[in-house]
Design a protein around this ligand. Structure first.
Ligand SMILES: NC(=O)c1ccc[n+]([C@@H]2O[C@H](COP(=O)([O-])OP(=O)(O)OC[C@H]3O[C@@H](n4cnc5c(N)ncnc54)[C@H](O)[C@@H]3O)[C@@H](O)[C@H]2O)c1
Length: 323
């Protein structure tokens, strides 16, 4: 049986991954300090243990993983700061949660002799390439502290491949949507429209256009890459090949589902916040050549997630009515 250590496994993507791994019959150890993740996201799943620990603390992480065996272990490093805007005003957030967690995970892996690492990287490592479709060899020039710390994480993982890592998969995710949503534009719009069903103000001019992948398809892609016989250190863009969907269109889909009478207003700025990449498009031919492409377009992924997130946010509201 394989043991999977999933950092950030109580968060949005991590909980979906932990579920898929446990359903495959493997043993899963989730490492999460629950700053954003929640224990409930793992409720009812078999073969899962949660260790509440700061993954940047090498001693605490070592102790939390002491009972994991030394053989047949794979590490999925997903914990990070997911509030990209926060990094513009407080860079220590990304340093700690995004980079130092990677450093600590590698230190523990080196000490334990664990050689297999799957890393949740991001399109943010590329920065702003306009609407050019960026492939894995494109220049990496991040414009956010988050993207910079992810790129630095990729760099130390690559260096570790020269010494103790036997398999490293650097998986560059696009915007990912679905439930349990912990952050992101769809959740933000949904919550704001539930609080004020008459108006929604969008950050930026609404023409920011990005690619989206539904979390169910992301997990499928991660497991697909895992199953391939590849070189020691491989990097993949994960996502659709379409031109994406713009923020104003996402706002309209959420508005139509949650509060149809609301008026939507946009600002003048081309980007939503400092560090935002206003347009982004992937070249995903490397993963397609291996045999995986998503079935959902960006627009279809968002539409599915809007419905799921509306239900997620409606449930606590209905619970308060029934209390
Ligand atoms: N959601 C997206 O659109 C997206 C896009 C690109 C990349 N990613 C990457 O995917 C990964 C998962 O993202 P997500 O959307 O599920 O975010 P999330 O915030 O829902 O999950 C991250 C989890 O990490 C935990 N965490 C943070 N700092 C920690 C620390 N120091 N020690 C232990 N746990 C800690 C949080 O409590 C949370 O449960 C992240 O690495 C993120 O950068 C996500």
């Amino acid at each position: 049986m394989t043991w999977h250590v999933v950092t950030g496994g109580a968060g949005f993507i991590g909980a979906n991954l932990a579920r898929a791994l446990s359903q495959a019959g493997d043993q899963v150890v989730v490492v999460d300090d629950l700053r954003l993740g929640r224990r409930e996201y793992l409720a009812g799943l078999a073969n899962i243990q949660l260790r509440k620990v700061d993954a940047a603390d090498i001693a605490a992480l070592t102790a939390a993983l002491r009972d994991v065996p030394d053989v047949s272990v794979e590490v999925w490093h997903l914990c990070a700061n997911s509030d990209i805007r926060k990094g513009a005003t407080d860079p220590s957030v990304d340093l700690h949660a995004t980079f130092l967690t990677t450093f600590a995970v590698l230190e523990v892996m080196r000490a334990r002799g664990w050689g297999v690492l799957h890393f949740a990287s991001t399109s943010a490592v590329y920065g702003d390439h306009g609407m050019a479709a960026v492939d894995e060899a494109a220049n990496t020039r991040p414009v956010s502290n988050y993207g910079a710390m992810k790129l630095a994480s990729e760099a130390i993982i690559r260096a570790a491949c020269e010494t103790f890592l036997t398999h490293a998969r650097l998986l560059r995710f696009p915007n990912v949507v679905g439930v349990p949503a912990t952050h992101g534009a769809v959740l933000d719009f949904t919550r704001r429209l539930m609080a004020d069903p008459l108006r929604l103000t969008v950050l930026g001019n609404g023409r920011q256009q990005k690619v989206y992948l539904h979390v169910a398809e992301l997990i499928e892609a991660m497991l697909f890459v895992r199953a391939q016989a590849l070189g020691t250190c491989e990097v993949y863009n994960l996502g659709p090949s379409d031109a994406g969907i713009c923020v104003a269109d996402i706002a309209q889909i959420v508005r139509d589902r949650v509060a149809p009478s609301a008026t939507i207003s946009c600002a003048n700025e081309a980007r939503g916040w400092v560090g935002d990449v206003p347009r982004f498009r992937y070249d995903v031919s490397r993963l397609a050549a291996l045999g995986w492409t998503p079935k959902l377009t960006s627009a279809a992924a968002v539409a599915r997630a809007v419905e799921e997130i509306a239900q997620q946010e409606r449930a606590p509201y209905l619970a308060t009515l029934n209390a």
